[in-house]
Design a protein around this ligand. Structure first.
Ligand SMILES: [Zn+2]
Length: 391
């Protein structure tokens, strides 16, 4: 054996507690042999552990067939068995440290404001390939704070597309009503509001009463000139947005997928960003950071167009003292362009998966089209074929 053995022993009252303790010791979300998942919330009782005799089971990560992951062997001895409940279980854990994974959970974060297109497929496929090669879990996080642009058909399209293209995820909504019921960002409002309160208490936000037109007429299009920065408008004034007092001299450290780091300053277009909109709802960047922290995301895959967005999110995480987010790694991938070299938009009809499916394209044909779009010499017939891209 190449690895040092560490043994930890502990006592628990029930097998569920044992599993939870193992989950806590071993990491976040694991799957037991036979594909039974364990997490802090849901803990099915694995049949393999319910015998009277001391049982030996293996708990491994999602990718139990791959070796470079921490593997945990468990020996159970049950003193007393009452039907399906085992009391006073003695659990010995043999932790066999393998090279530590660089990250544990990434996410797919589509917005239901248009049909998903080939650019989204590229992002999803890379995320899935990256997660696979690092044995990480995938969360499906659908950003719906912008309810006005959301259509039920677009929400449904997310589930249809992921299923059609066989893109896996381990956590998140299974279908549209599951999403509305349990995963909509509306259910996490109190977390966003707590973050806004923190910013307020730290004196990091100011009220802005500028109209959209006034901002559009600013000296540099697309930037906010800080008009209200020193006006001291009360934050509770109806109809004002809250903006972040940003410090352009502050350096932000961005961790890359390969572990390298880059120190950057906050770009002009994301200075003074809105963290609370005029309607009182939290703004996108804030929700995104809070969500990633809540769900334990430590790897973020997104297009190069969101590079500035990543920087300001790290800036926000610093302000909110969300240390875990500051350690997250980022992969910014190139964007797919349309024939006139513009980035694909959600209205780019003929690159939407919805349209391609209507034209009778199979999943494999859509992946092949993706391969052509990124001009790879590799054959692309499924998302796994993008593994070369993320190694
Ligand atoms: Zn203003």
């Amino acid at each position: 054996m190449l690895y040092d053995k560490k043994i930890q022993a502990f006592r628990t009252e029930t097998i569920n507690d044992a599993i939870l303790t193992i989950a806590r010791l071993a990491g976040d979300l694991y799957k037991i042999k036979k594909g039974v998942s364990i997490s802090k919330n849901a803990t099915p009782l694995p049949a393999v552990w319910t015998g009277l005799e001391p049982a030996t089971s293996a708990v491994t990560g999602r990718h139990s067939n791959q070796l470079n992951y921490q593997t945990v062997f468990v020996v159970l001895s049950a003193k007393k068995l009452q039907k399906r409940e085992i009391n006073n279980i003695f659990v010995k854990l043999f932790l066999i440290p393998m090279p530590v994974a660089a990250f544990h959970k990434t996410r797919l974060a589509p917005t239901p404001s248009g049909y998903l297109h080939l650019g989204n497929v590229f992002s999803f496929a890379l995320t899935a390939a990256l997660a696979e090669s690092h044995h990480a879990d995938i969360l499906l996080r659908i950003d719906d704070m912008d309810r006005e642009r959301m259509l039920p058909a677009y929400l449904q399209d997310i589930f249809d597309t992921l299923q059609f293209l066989d893109i896996p995820y381990d956590q998140g909504p299974q279908h549209a009503s599951d999403f509305e019921h349990s995963y909509s960002q509306r259910h996490r409002l109190k977390h966003y509001e707590a973050a806004l309160q923190t910013l307020r208490e730290k004196g990091l936000v100011y009220a802005c009463s500028c109209s959209r037109t006034q901002i559009l007429q600013s000296a540099v299009p697309g930037t906010y000139p800080g008009t209200c920065r020193h006006k001291h408008i009360p934050l509770d004034t109806p109809g004002v947005a809250w903006r972040l007092y940003t410090d352009a001299s502050q350096k932000i450290r961005v961790k890359k997928q390969d572990g390298s780091q880059e120190e950057v300053a906050l770009p002009a277009d994301v200075q003074n960003i809105v963290v609370r909109k005029k309607d009182g709802f939290p703004a996108y960047q804030l929700c995104s950071v809070v969500d990633d922290v809540l769900f334990g995301i430590d790897m973020i895959v997104r297009g190069q167009d969101l590079w500035h967005s990543s920087i300001v999110q790290l800036y926000l995480a610093q302000a909110l003292e969300k240390a875990s987010f500051l350690e997250a790694r980022f992969l910014h991938h190139p964007l797919l362009l349309d024939p006139s070299s513009r980035k694909l938009s959600k209205s780019a009809g003929d690159t939407s998966v919805h349209y391609m499916r209507q034209q009778g394209l199979t999943a494999q044909a859509i992946y092949q089209r993706l391969g052509e779009a990124i001009a790879t010499p590799h054959t692309v017939k499924r998302w796994q074929d993008l593994a070369y891209f993320v190694v």
